[in-house]
Design a protein around this ligand. Structure first.
Ligand SMILES: NC(=O)N[C@@H](CC(=O)O)C(=O)O
Ligand SMILES: [Zn+2]
Ligand SMILES: [Zn+2]
Length: 344
C-alpha cells in the first residue's frame, strides 16, 4: 500500500546558504523542498548593513534554479555597535525580515557577535517597535560552563531577562536542544517561539562518540542526553504553535569536518523533509507535520501561508554516502541510510 501525505509547501526558518561556489552548490537543495528560507548572516564578513543584505539576496537569487519557486528571507547580524537605524531601514526597505543574536564566539563565524546583551538594548527597542523578530543562538560562551550546559545556562543568564525587558519583542530561540529550552518556550508568552532541527530529533550525544569520534554528528548547540531528544520530539509533535521547522543546514567541506579541529554543522538540506517525516511517523504524529513545517512559522513571522503543495510518499530512498560539489565533497545527514519517505 502506498501512503502519501500532502501538505502546504513548507518553509525552512533557519538555513546557512554560505556564499560563492558553496552557495551555488547547496542552495537548490533547500529551494527544491522549501518555498522560503530564513538565511543566516554568518558570512565572512557578516551581513551587518542593509546594502550587504540586499547584495547577498541578489547572489542567492542568481544561484537558484529558475524553475524552482524560492524566496530567501534575509537576516541582519547583530554586533556590539549595530545602529538601530539599520533595523528600521532594513524593515522599511523590505530587506531584513529578522536580526540574529550570536553571542560572540559561540559558533561558526560569530567572532563579531555580541559580547553583552546590554550593548544592543536600543537595537532591541527598535526591533520591538517595528515588529522585527530577534533570532537567538542561545548558548553562553564562558569557558567555565560545560559545553552540554551552555544552552540551559543561557536561559537563566540571558533569555529570562531579555523577554522581561522586551515584552513585545518576537523572539525565536533557534535550534533548541534541551528540555529546559522546550519548557521555557512553552511557558513564555505568545511572542516567544523556537525552531527544531531534523538532527536533534534523531540522535543524542552518544552518536558523536559511537565507536570513535564522528565529526559529521558535531554541530552547535551540541546534541544532548536522550531525555532532551525525547523532550524535543514531544515539543515538535505536540501541536503547539510555538515550535516550527528550522533545519540549521550548515554545510562544511568534508575536509573541514574531518579535521583535528573540525567545524560544527550538519548538512541536512537534501533530505530534510524526509527526515522530519520519519520522526513524526515514529511519534504517530504525521497529522501534526503540516503545522510544524508549513503553518506555525509563517503565522509567527506574520507572513502569508504558502499556496503550493508538497507530497511525501512512503517510498524507500537511499541517501548517498557523499555528495560531490564543485570544489569539495560534503557528507549529508543520514549518509548511507535508507529513508522510508521521499518527496515526490
Ligand atoms: N549549527 C552549527 O553547528 N553551525 C552553524 C552555525 C550555527 O547555527 O550555530 C554554521 O554556520 O556552521
Ligand atoms: Zn546557531
Ligand atoms: Zn545555524
Amino acid at each position: 500500500m502506498t501512503q502519501t501525505l500532502t501538505l502546504r509547501r513548507p518553509d525552512d526558518w533557519h538555513v546557512h546558504l554560505r556564499d560563492g561556489a558553496m552557495l551555488a552548490d547547496v542552495v537548490n537543495h533547500t529551494a527544491r523542498q522549501f518555498a522560503r528560507a530564513i538565511v543566516m548572516p554568518n558570512l565572512k564578513p557578516p551581513v551587518t548593513t542593509v546594502e550587504m543584505g540586499r547584495a547577498y539576496r541578489e547572489r542567492i537569487l542568481a544561484a537558484v534554479d529558475p524553475s524552482l519557486d524560492f524566496t530567501p528571507l534575509m537576516v541582519a547580524y547583530l554586533t556590539d555597535t549595530m545602529d538601530p537605524e539599520v533595523m528600521r531601514r532594513g524593515k522599511n526597505e523590505g530587506v531584513f525580515t529578522a536580526a540574529k543574536l550570536y553571542p560572540a564566539n559561540a559558533t561558526t563565524n560569530s567572532s563579531h557577535g555580541v559580547t553583552d546583551i546590554k550593548n544592543i538594548h536600543e537595537v532591541l527597542d527598535a526591533m520591538e517597535d517595528v515588529g522585527m523578530p530577534l533570532l537567538v543562538h542561545g548558548e553562553v560562551t564562558h569557558k567555565d560552563v560545560d559545553i552540554f550546559d551552555r544552552e540551559a545556562v543561557f536561559i537563566d543568564e540571558v533569555m529570562v531577562g531579555l523577554v522581561k525587558e522586551h515584552p513585545n519583542l518576537k523572539v525565536v530561540f533557534e535550534h533548541i536542544t534541551t528540555q529546559e529550552a522546550a519548557d521555557f518556550v512553552t511557558e513564555a508568552g505568545e511572542n516567544v517561539a523556537a525552531t527544531i532541527t531534523p538532527h536533534h530529533l534523531r540522535y543524542n550525544r552518544n552518536a558523536i562518540f559511537e565507536g570513535g569520534i564522528r565529526p559529521h554528528y558535531y554541530c552547535l548547540p551540541i546534541a544532548k542526553r536522550e531525555k532532551h531528544r525525547l523532550a524535543l520530539r514531544k515539543a515538535a509533535t505536540s501541536g503547539s504553535s510555538k515550535f516550527f521547522l528550522g533545519t540549521d543546514t550548515a554545510p562544511h567541506a568534508v575536509g573541514a569536518k574531518e579535521s583535528a579541529c573540525g567545524c560544527a554543522g550538519v548538512f541536512n538540506a537534501p533530505f530534510a523533509m524526509e527526515s522530519y517525516a520519519l520522526t513524526f511517523e515514529e511519534e504517530n504524529a504525521l497529522d501534526q507535520l503540516e503545522k510544524f513545517a508549513s503553518i506555525n512559522g509563517p503565522r509567527f513571522y506574520g507572513l502569508p501561508l504558502n499556496e503550493g503543495k508538497m507530497t511525501l510518499t512512503k517510498r524507500d530512498q537511499l541517501v548517498p554516502e557523499r555528495i560531490t560539489l564543485s570544489e569539495t565533497d560534503i557528507i549529508p545527514f543520514h549518509a548511507g541510510e535508507t529513508l522510508g519517505w521521499s518527496v515526490s
